[in-house]
Write a protein that binds this ligand. Structure first.
Ligand code: IMP
Ligand code: MG
Length: 185
């Protein structure tokens, strides 16, 4: 599929060379499909779409516009486990959704599942809030977990073993604004 931007425009937006992995039309098509599937999957009940900041902000904003049913949007900010070497099973929320989660269908939206540790911890924490259901929609998944999480319901794309940026994903906070997903080269 052709890209909407030329390679020169990609370079200028990023400020450096990168290889386009998923271009804008490819992402838009997949997000539309996900929106259709999510619409069909929740026939009734309160749906709360919970975006994990910051990485999910662009994906979530496109995704909710493709979901054709009533829903609420909120966000989560989780503490980084950056320096930790082992999984503690705990994750601290720096921003907790204002809406109660009990009895609601929660759709957790994430940019990329890498080791899966973030999602393992978050799903554990969110389950304690007794939602009616809990499902994950991740734009990208590196499929590194030995077994997929039971909550993992929708994946946009399988991510190649590379460090990806753009469409919300960052490298040291750069490149989140790129409208495509690229690999820094
Ligand atoms: P996990 O806990 O190892 O699954 O890491 C997930 C988090 O790491 C994501 O929310 C991203 O913030 C970050 N991450 C992992 N891989 C990438 C990548 O290729 N590009 C940008 N961020 C990534
Ligand atoms: Mg992230």
């Amino acid at each position: 599929m052709s890209t909407a931007l030329t390679p020169e425009m990609h370079r200028r937006a990023a400020g450096r060379d990168l290889r386009v992995v998923f271009d804008e039309p490819t992402i838009a098509l997949r997000v539309r499909e996900l929106g259709r599937e999510i619409t069909a999957a929740y026939p009734d009940g309160d749906l709360l779409v919970l975006g994990l900041l910051k990485g999910s902000f662009i994906f979530l904003s496109d995704l909710v516009r493709e979901i054709n049913r009533p829903l609420h949007v909120d966000f989560l900010v989780a503490s980084s486990y950056g320096a930790e070497k082992v999984s503690s099973g705990n994750v601290r929320l720096l921003y907790d959704p204002e809406t109660p989660l009990e009895g609601k269908h929660i759709l957790l939206v994430e940019d990329i599942i890498d080791s899966g540790r973030t999602m393992v911890r978050l799903t554990k924490l969110l389950r304690e809030r007794q939602p009616a259901s809990l499902a994950i929609c991740a734009l990208l998944d590196k499929h590194l977990l030995p077994e997929p999480l039971p909550e993992m319901r929708w994946t946009g794309f399988t991510a190649p073993p590379a460090f990806l940026v753009g469409y919300g994903l960052d490298h040291a906070e750069d490149h989140r604004h790129l409208p495509f997903i690229g690999d820094l080269i």
